[in-house]
Design a protein around this ligand. Structure first.
Ligand SMILES: Cc1cc2nc3c(=O)[nH]c(=O)nc-3n(C[C@H](O)[C@H](O)[C@H](O)COP(=O)(O)OP(=O)(O)OC[C@H]3O[C@@H](n4cnc5c(N)ncnc54)[C@H](O)[C@@H]3O)c2cc1C
Length: 388
């Protein structure tokens, strides 16, 4: 057993940490207040090779391991855990899908997206179906050399800034999960309209709905084969959920580091408040829990790199990380006293941003159902996709 990163991974960690300190952290609160997606930073991440890092070299990617992808995601999230929901979590899902696409998809979408020139969206949720994604209503009907798409996708990260969306739609409504296919829909096509949301967090990246009204796309924009979309999406979640967990842990760890410094400086009753066990012990408890989950994240990514399943670990960290991180940031805010409650500190924003990770990419409950399926077996699920 070896807990250390390779020299190459340590160099990557230092490079991304410097980038996050210098270019992400200083404007983290500004983008939130302005509700502005910082496209130039998406471009910078593309230039640094941080988008879709695990895409194989022959497909135009870096061919990095998932552990390396996790290191970059964690370090970038120390600076801006909102932007990384787009560049790393959505970025991973779309990169994993597009790298299974044809040459045309590679040239028109995958390459410019990896370069940071296109902002991606991943659209599976609908107004009437989120956790039960197979119940989606969006349809795609073949017409000559085109597909005609209809339906609405809801709650989509970065939808208002996205240049394209990877969209899941039914090509065979009677076939359940096996009737779901995956398409690339450019957001400037006729028949596409969008609507933004007023969210409590992740406000720089934002969310929105996409409405597809007889949107005609070339048949080449089908990814893979008809009926394979759902499986492709689920395979991506086995990594993106771990990246999201790291996106929750990183800002919580930064908050705890800042709180340790603050409590060493702040005096009460003639001594630093850090010397009160009531102050120090919660910090220690949060660091202990988060460090344990962080190691489990890297174990999951390592399993995936070894060609083994990371499904159970992804389910475990996806419910634990945002819950523990939210609790940690909340205590950090309180330990800063009344100034902690102002937006002079980024704590309130981190709390709002990290809470979203309890829902995005599947809620804590569905994450536990994923673990249940792995531990107990499919027959003990409260539902059964095979019968749909
Ligand atoms: C910040 C953010 C970003 C998002 N980004 C995207 C995106 O980019 N693309 C996208 O497609 N979607 C996105 N979503 C949507 C997200 O994936 C869904 O909100 C999520 O899957 C839950 O679906 P739902 O909201 O329809 O809740 P529902 O499925 O209606 O569930 C409501 C509640 O019931 C619980 N529940 C449902 N079924 C069960 C069960 N069997 N057992 C126990 N509890 C259950 C759920 O956990 C939840 O608490 C995002 C959401 C958020 C908040």
């Amino acid at each position: 057993m070896n807990f250390s990163f390779t020299d190459e991974q340590l160099a990557l960690r230092d490079m991304v940490r410097r980038f996050a300190e210098k270019e992400l952290k200083p404007c983290y609160t500004q983008w939130d207040r302005e509700k502005k997606y910082p496209r130039h930073l998406n471009k910078r991440m593309g230039e640094l090779g941080l988008i879709g890092m695990a895409v194989p070299v022959e497909k135009g990617g870096m061919g990095a391991s998932h552990v390396s992808e996790g290191i970059a995601c964690e370090e970038a999230s120390r600076g801006d855990c909102a932007l990384t929901m787009s560049t790393f979590a959505v970025g991973h899902l779309d990169a994993a899908i597009l790298s299974q696409g044809n040459e045309r998809l590679r040239k028109e979408f995958l390459e410019p997206f990896l370069a940071g020139d296109l902002v991606p969206a991943f659209a599976i949720t609908e107004p009437g179906s989120g956790t039960d994604a197979v119940a989606m209503k969006a349809s795609a009907v073949k017409k000559g050399a085109s597909y005609i798409l209809n339906g609405e996708k809801a709650g989509i990260t970065a939808m208002m800034d996205a240049d394209f969306a990877v969209v899941f739609a039914k090509t065979d409504p009677a076939a359940g999960a096996r009737g779901v296919s995956c398409f690339v829909v450019p957001t400037n096509y006729p028949g596409v309209t969008r609507q933004s949301y007023e969210d409590m967090g992740v406000r720089s990246v934002g969310r929105g709905s996409i409405f597809m009204d007889d949107v005609e796309i070339p048949q080449d924009y089908l990814v893979g084969k008809e009926g394979t979309g759902f499986i492709m999406g689920m395979q991506g979640f086995d990594v993106s959920r771990i990246l999201l967990a790291l996106e929750a842990i990183a800002p919580a760890m930064v908050s705890l580091e800042e709180t340790i410094e603050y409590t060493k400086q702040r005096q009460a009753f003639g001594r630093p408040i850090a010397t009160f066990e009531g102050v120090a012990f919660p910090i220690i408890e949060h660091v202990s829990l988060l460090e344990a989950v962080r190691l489990l994240c890297y174990k999951g990514l390592w399993l995936r790199d070894q060609g083994q399943s990371s499904t159970a670990v992804a389910g475990m960290v996806k419910w634990m990380a945002p819950r523990f991180a939210t609790n940690a940031i909340r205590d950090c805010l309180v330990l800063h006293g009344h100034p902690g409650y102002t937006n002079e500190f980024p704590l309130e924003q981190r709390l709002r941003d990290v809470l979203s990770i309890e829902i995005a990419d599947g809620t804590s409950q569905v994450s536990k159902l994923v673990v249940l399926r792995e531990l107990f077996g499919r027959d003990y699920l409260p539902y059964n996709y095979r019968n749909k």
